[in-house]
Design a binder for this molecule. Structure first.
Ligand SMILES: [Mn+2]
Length: 241
C-alpha cells in the first residue's frame, strides 16, 4: 500500500456554547476518509503558516459555506448578498494560489468552486435571481432547493472530455443549495457542467488536472446516490499522480 494522502480542509467559523470555533462538516470529512485519505483542518487564523500546510498536504478541499465577499472580485455587496467571513475568504484565496503554484491538486464544492474561480481571476453572480441576465431569467430554475439537501432536484448537462464526464456521462441529477454562481470564468478554468438555464455547475483546469470543482453537494447527496462518492475517490486517487 502506498503512502496515505493528506488532504487539507480550510475550516469554517461558528459560535457554539459561547465560544468561537473553527469547524469542518462531518459529511465533508467522511467523503475524504471513505476515499482513503487523511483529512486535516486548516483554521483561518491570519497568523497561520500557510506555506507549511502547502508542504505537508498532498491536496486541498474547499468546502461549501458562506458567500465570498465581493470586494475580492472588485464589487460592492449587492443587497441580496448573504453572510460572509472575510478571514476565511482571505485564507482560501491565498491557499488556492499557493497550492496551485506548488503543483498540488485542489477540489471545490459549492462555495469552494466559487472561491477557486475568484482566486484565479473570475467572478460571481452575487444573487442569481437579481443578477442573472434578463433574457436568461425566463428559464432560471430553482437553485436554492426547498427539498432536503440529501435529495437531487435538477439536472446538469456534462460536456465531453473532462473528468466529470468520465464519472457520470452526459447528464446527472444533482442537489442545489446556492443563490450565487460563477459568472466570468477564470482564464485557467473550463466549464464541465451547466444546468438547463445555463448556470455553471462544474469547473476543471484547462491544461492539467489540478482543479476539479462542482456547484452541487455530493457530500450530502451521497446519502441517496452512492455514486456521488466517485467524486471524492477520483480526487484522492489523482493525488498520487
Ligand atoms: Mn444548481
Amino acid at each position: 500500500m502506498s503512502k496515505k494522502m493528506i488532504v487539507g480542509i480550510p475550516g469554517g467559523i461558528t459560535t457554539a456554547n459561547g465560544a468561537r470555533r473553527y469547524y469542518v462538516n462531518e459529511a465533508d470529512v467522511r467523503g475524504i476518509v471513505k476515499a482513503g485519505a487523511t483529512p486535516i483542518m486548516i483554521p483561518s487564523e491570519s497568523v497561520i503558516d500557510l506555506d507549511y500546510y502547502v508542504t505537508i498536504c498532498d491536496g486541498f478541499f474547499f468546502t461549501g459555506g458562506p458567500d465570498v465577499l465581493p470586494i475580492f472580485y472588485g464589487e460592492e455587496p449587492h443587497v441580496k448578498m448573504g453572510y460572509s467571513e472575510i478571514q476565511r475568504d482571505q485564507l482560501e484565496i491565498a491557499l488556492v494560489k499557493k497550492a496551485l503554484a506548488a503543483g498540488k491538486k485542489i477540489f471545490g464544492i459549492c462555495r469552494g468552486m466559487q472561491v477557486i474561480n475568484v482566486a484565479l481571476g473570475g467572478d460571481l453572480y452575487q444573487d442569481l435571481e437579481s443578477e442573472y441576465p434578463v433574457a436568461e431569467k425566463q428559464s432560471l430554475i430553482r437553485h436554492f432547493q426547498a427539498a432536503p439537501r440529501t435529495e437531487a432536484t435538477h439536472y446538469v448537462k456534462i460536456a465531453a472530455d473532462n473528468r466529470l464526464h468520465d464519472l457520470y456521462g452526459d447528464q446527472w441529477l444533482v442537489n442545489s443549495h446556492h443563490h450565487q454562481a460563477v459568472r466570468k470564468i477564470a482564464p485557467s478554468l473550463k466549464v464541465t457542467a451547466v444546468a438547463s438555464d445555463g448556470v455553471i455547475e462544474g469547473l476543471e483546469s484547462k491544461n492539467n488536472h489540478q482543479v476539479f470543482a462542482v456547484q452541487w453537494h455530493p457530500e450530502v447527496l451521497v446519502a441517496t446516490d452512492e455514486k456521488m462518492q466517485l467524486i471524492f475517490n477520483d480526487f484522492v486517487n489523482r493525488l498520487a499522480e
